[in-house]
Design a protein around this ligand. Structure first.
Ligand code: NAD
Length: 256
């Protein structure tokens, strides 16, 4: 049990990578808060029931990460329920595919709002609580290989993830004095609802998998395994870096 006694808040945790992190963290002894988007198609209630049914502790909280009041109330509810907060995983994210010249202000702000501003709000509210507790903490951002490599058609998404990379690096330096670490996980192509379209099209899936040196999409559990390490006491000296979980995607050499 690597997270015994810890309280973890995971955003966007009603599906995909967030849900896998919730499962792993609970199995490692953490008490987990499953955040989900109000009115979204993935509620965290079922996952919370499943986890509490196994005798582990979990609660689901609806909150839009793009809204300061909702985020602050969520952190207050976390503390009211479990007494503290040790680990924040800023995982909620969206993408919109559009040629650069056609992206509207609304689309730009929507993607930046959830991915970047949401990560700022959640990590800030969590860090304030961790500093108050005085026992350190962990901030993990779910960025993407696109914090580094371009993705034509997804400019706002890439801009948001690239900005998270620099936000994380600043946090690592500012928060070291409080023994709070900050790191990014950068997934490659993972089988989750965000990739639903590709996964439902066998030809597109085959073509996408052929771009990955490991020859397949990653599983949400494979991302969760890295999150467990970064959240654990073992990772105390690990701060300010990005951990790629991408089957070698970012390291391949263009084919001749
Ligand atoms: P997903 O669509 O299953 O998960 C995203 C979650 O965020 C959903 O549950 C969604 O409801 C939630 N969400 C969206 N807007 C929200 C809001 N305003 N407030 C709270 N929650 C909100 O897809 P996923 O692949 O599990 O994505 C998780 C994270 O991983 C995202 O940040 C994504 O950018 C990142 N990522 C995924 C991949 C991949 O290939 N799957 C690759 C790189 C990065």
């Amino acid at each position: 049990m690597r997270l015994e006694g810890k309280v973890a808040l995971i955003t966007g945790a009603g599906s995909g990578i967030g849900q896998a992190i919730v499962e792993r963290f609970a199995a490692e002894g953490a008490r987990v808060v499953i955040n989900y988007r109000p009115g979204g198609k993935h509620s965290g209630e079922e996952a919370a029931k499943l986890i509490t049914g196994r005798g582990q502790k979990a609660t689901a909280i609806a909150a839009n990460v793009d809204n300061r009041a909702e985020v602050e109330i969520m952190v207050q509810q976390t503390v009211a329920t479990f007494g503290r907060l040790d680990i924040a995983v800023c995982n909620a994210g969206i993408e919109i595919k559009k040629p650069f010249q056609d992206v509207t202000d609304d689309e730009w702000h929507k993607v930046m709002g959830v991915n970047l501003y949401g990560s700022f709000l959640v990590s800030q509210a969590a860090v304030r609580q961790m500093i108050k507790q005085g026992q350190g903490g962990r901030v993990i951002f779910m960025s993407s290989v696109h914090e580094d490599i371009p993705f034509p058609g997804y400019t706002a998404y890439c801009a948001s993830k690239g900005a998270i990379r620099m936000m994380m690096r600043n946090l690592a330096l500012e928060l070291a004095q409080h023994k709070i670490t900050a790191n990014n996980i950068a997934p490659g192509a993972i089988s989750t609802p965000i990739n639903e379209k590709v996964m439902k099209d066998p030809d597109a899936l085959k073509a996408a998998a052929a771009q990955i040196p490991w020859g397949r999409f990653g599983k949400p559990e494979e991302v969760a395994a890295v999150a467990v390490f970064l959240a654990s006491d073992e990772a105390e000296y690990v701060t300010g870096s990005t951990y790629y979980v991408d089957g070698g995607l970012t390291r391949q050499v263009p084919k001749a």
